[in-house]
Design a protein around this ligand. Structure first.
Ligand code: 3EB
Length: 347
């Protein structure tokens, strides 16, 4: 075991561990095999790895999206302090006193429908965070198969949105509690995976001036609107974090440049820049350039587009910014890519 443990050295853009006070993610080569689950790890994420995650640990997640880069990466989430762990029903979690990282993996076949699976999942999350006192969601990730397929005459993404909306709308004035998210079609059939970060004290909801709030999309995109905000800003003592939701080539509520991957890339970066400009101007956050984003994840619908996208990334961001390229299905069939990120900004 000893020799398969990865030495945890410099955290992203942080050379002094004492200053870390927020959850941070790092990408490591997946070939480095198993990560020692020490007291500072919230979760590890393997991407479609053949090696298999450590299935003894509920916080060792496997997200079934092929990693497109020649060196496959895994992701590790670190806590600022040592963690305690727990489990309640289907939800496993690690928490520090300030933050909670929760994971849920469900089998859709245990539910009557994807809508019901989503509803119960979100109802359980909302109950759990409320009971444990981490009542402020900061960020949610959703992965399930066949996101664009139709089942009972409705696209599965839309059924997911209905179930999620049903669970959130139990809360009075629920739009005030929506949070940053991604929802991606993964390839493990029938597996419904959600992981999330919640805190004791609230973050700030951020919308994008170039885009209509997703929770106000017109009903042509589904009977219930998608329950997420464009980003979530969390101010810790010394650091601010901007959790950026999956962002695509959507302006207003419409997809632009259907079938043109490079134009979609350009429009997506315009949306990301507009989000940064907005948080800087409205929330006095010291972030100006896309390069200041700590890490990015690019979901690519067709793997053939990966070389082109990768080659063109440098037009927008510095080579030093860690980017994970994953093949996954985006929730609108005309979207070819989606980009999410996290910016850790020292105040
Ligand atoms: C969009 O802007 C693209 O349903 O949780 C991005 C991020 C998208 C999150 C979600 C959907 C979600 O509408 C799709």
């Amino acid at each position: 075991m000893e020799n398969s443990v990865i030495k945890i050295s410099p955290l992203p853009r942080e050379r002094e561990p004492g200053e870390i006070e927020a959850p941070v993610n790092v990408y490591y080569p997946a070939t480095a095999s198993k990560i020692l689950f020490d007291k500072n790890i919230l979760a590890t994420i393997q991407y479609a790895s053949e090696s298999g995650a450590d299935d003894c640990d509920a916080q060792a997640l496997e997200v079934n999206l092929p990693c497109l880069s020649s060196t496959p990466y895994q992701e590790i989430w670190y806590a600022p302090h040592s963690v305690s762990e727990g489990r309640r029903g289907n939800i496993s979690y690690r928490h520090t006193g300030d933050i909670l990282f929760g994971t849920i993996q469900l089998k859709e076949s245990d539910f009557s429908s994807l809508e019901d699976c989503t509803f119960q999942c979100y109802r359980d999350i909302l109950n759990l965070i409320h009971e444990l006192g981490y009542s402020s969601l900061l960020r949610l990730w959703n992965y399930f198969s066949d996101i664009n397929s139709e089942a009972e005459e409705i696209e599965r993404y839309k059924s997911f949105c209905v179930g999620r909306h049903k669970a959130f709308s139990i809360i009075p004035d629920f739009e005030r509690y929506l949070t940053a998210a991604s929802a991606i079609g993964a390839h493990a059939q029938g597996t419904f995976l959600v992981y999330f970060i919640a805190a004791k004290n609230p973050g700030v909801q951020i919308e994008n001036p170039r885009q209509i709030s997703a929770f106000h999309y017109p009903d042509q995109y589904g009977p219930r609107s998608p329950s997420f905000t464009r980003a979530m800003l969390k101010n810790w003592r010394k650091v601010s974090q901007l959790f950026i939701s999956g962002t695509a080539s959507i302006v207003g509520h419409q997809t632009l440049h259907a079938d043109n991957v490079l134009q979609q890339l350009d429009e997506t970066f315009k949306n990301l820049q507009s989000l940064l400009d907005h948080v800087r101007e409205v929330h006095q956050l010291g972030i100006r350039k896309l390069d200041e984003i700590t890490s990015l994840k690019v979901y690519v619908r067709h793997k053939e587009h990966y070389p082109l996208i990768e080659e063109n990334m440098q037009k927008y961001i510095d080579k030093d910014v860690p980017v994970l390229f994953l093949q996954g299905e985006i929730c609108r069939t005309d979207l070819l890519l989606e980009i999410e990120g996290l910016a850790n900004i020292r105040r």
